[in-house]
Ligand binder design. Structure first.
Ligand code: UD1
Ligand code: CA
Length: 449
């Protein structure tokens, strides 16, 4: 079926108590509006229209980044959900299919539910997504007769009897494009909220002899975010799902509740993830990798059977090939680590390439930044970097080359060569014993005085 989306995102979100527009607050690293767009995208809509208002510029920039084809329209004054949808009228001119209205602050409507709603819409002129609410409180109530929906009444306007209804309006609604805009043009503001209620299209449709109906879904799908406690709840819902999906997909989570995923984390089968691991956006993990406790990854690729952590930090542009080993307190940024290379302890590798089977000793630092520019470092295959080496970029270490511990490398090292740059060690026999005696004698003299 031909579909188009209208996503409402003009509201202020005052309960977020924030300078950031509500729909730009993130769940699992993706703004709420992105979750709504992703949910709707499952219907392969021909057009996506986002209605913006508060913080419009920032919201529009994000919408365009997420989907360059989406059209943003502005609602200058927030006169209600019906008025908001009306702003999409021109953007949907010439479209003849089903319009689905979603809210930008409602991240979890599933593809399956939207498909059911659209299927139901085929049997009727208007279809509304409802849910059985634990606490119906402020939600609009669905007034039904069998499977027909006769009207939606907002809590503010409801009678005692209507308030007793627990079947509530999620806000998601589907209707034929022409019918929808025709009904919207008949809305008025004669209600408690003095707003143009989108929900009134149901009563108007019935009055015209059109058929309205509803489908229901689980309450978690319709959960909206209005304040930061609900933002945290939404994060919890997302994480519980992501953990379950990962485990059912063949990923071992040693302590699931302590692992945090991003909206786009991509983990293959037979990956093992220890406790307290955080995945930021843009992470791909290949089969058989092991991510040990307390590691933090973002914008990186981890190859097959690589071993990360504990306490490793992989930053954007870290690309680790198969069988690599990144150990504790190691930070990798914008660097490729070839097959079987090891960076086992306490090192920083930034803006670099590390060759196959190279070994980076403990405490190695790549000095990639001169205060103004970043420079690259190349470390050849099977190179051996001695502990506490400083590589001052730009610099190259050849294949099978080596640095002595404590070397500050400021020149390129040819293949197979050794670079050593540190003060020579001198041995003074008996010195320490004598020196200590002298110090103790000094101390005694001081105390006796
Ligand atoms: C709305 C529904 C209610 C439903 C509830 C579900 C109406 C009249 N009521 O109530 O039946 O149970 O959602 O959460 O539709 N928005 C705009 N422009 C406006 C007004 C709202 O873009 O002028 C956007 C908001 O940003 C928000 C969404 O529409 O994303 C819903 O608006 P909100 O004011 O939260 O509606 P409710 O009163 O909660
Ligand atoms: Ca709301």
């Amino acid at each position: 079926m031909r579909t188009a989306l209208v996503i409402l995102a003009a509201g202020m979100g005052s309960r977020m108590n924030s300078d950031l527009p509500k729909v730009l607050h993130e769940v699992a690293g993706l703004p709420l509006i992105g979750h709504a767009m992703r949910a709707g995208a499952a219907l392969s809509p021909e057009r996506t229209v986002v209605v913006t208002g508060h913080g419009a510029e920032a919201v529009e920039a994000m919408v365009t980044r997420l989907n360059p084809e989406a059209v943003c329209v502005r609602q200058k004054e927030q006169l209600g959900t019906g008025h908001a949808v009306d702003q999409a009228r021109d953007a949907l001119a010439g479209f003849h299919g089903t319009v689905i209205v979603l809210y930008g602050d409602t991240p979890f409507v599933s593809a399956g539910t939207l498909e059911q709603l659209v299927a139901q819409r085929r049997q009727a002129d208007v279809a509304v997504l409802g849910f059985e609410a634990q606490e119906p409180a402020r939600y609009g109530r669905l007034v039904t007769e069998g499977d027909a929906l006769t009207r939606i009444v907002e809590a503010k306007d409801a009678t005692e009897a209507e308030l007793a209804i627990s079947l509530c309006n999620s806000g998601v609604i589907a209707a034929g494009c022409e019918t929808l805009f025709d009904l919207i043009s008949k809305l008025d503001r004669n209600n408690e909220g003095q707003e143009y209620y989108l929900t009134d299209v149901v009563g108007l449709a019935n009055a015209r002899g059109l058929r309205a109906t509803y489908v229901t879904c689980d309450e978690t799908e319709t959960m909206g975010v209005n304040d930061r406690t609900q933002l945290a709840q939404a994060e919890g819902v997302f994480q519980r799902r992501a953990r379950r999906v990962a485990m059912l997909g063949g990923v071992t989570l040693a302590e699931p509740d302590s692992v945090y995923f991003s909206h786009d984390t991509d983990i293959a089968r037979d990956v093992w993830v220890g406790p307290n691991v955080v995945f930021g956006p843009g992470v791909q993990i290949a089969q058989g990798a092991r991510i040990e406790a307390f590691s933090h990854l973002e914008g990186c690729e981890v190859g097959p059977r690589a071993n990360i952590g504990p306490f490793a930090r992989l930053r954007p542009g870290a690309q680790l090939s198969q069988g690599t080993k990144i150990g504790n307190f190691v930070e990798i940024k914008n660097a490729t680590i070839a097959d079987g290379a090891k960076v086992n302890h306490l090192s920083y590798v930034g803006d670099a390439s590390v060759g196959e089977a190279a070994n980076i000793g403990a405490g190695t630092i790549i000095c990639n930044y001169d205060g103004v520019m970043k420079h690259r470092t190349e470390i050849g295959a099977r190179a051996f970097v001695g502990s506490n080496t400083l590589l001052v970029a730009p610099v190259k270490m050849g294949a099978e080359s080596m640095t002595g511990s404590g070397t500050v490398v400021t020149k390129d090292i040819p293949d197979g060569a050794l670079a050593i740059g540190r003060a020579e060690t001198k041995i003074k026999p008996g010195f320490t014993r004598k020196f200590m005696q002298l110090l103790r004698a000094k101390k005694k003299l001081k105390e006796d005085r």
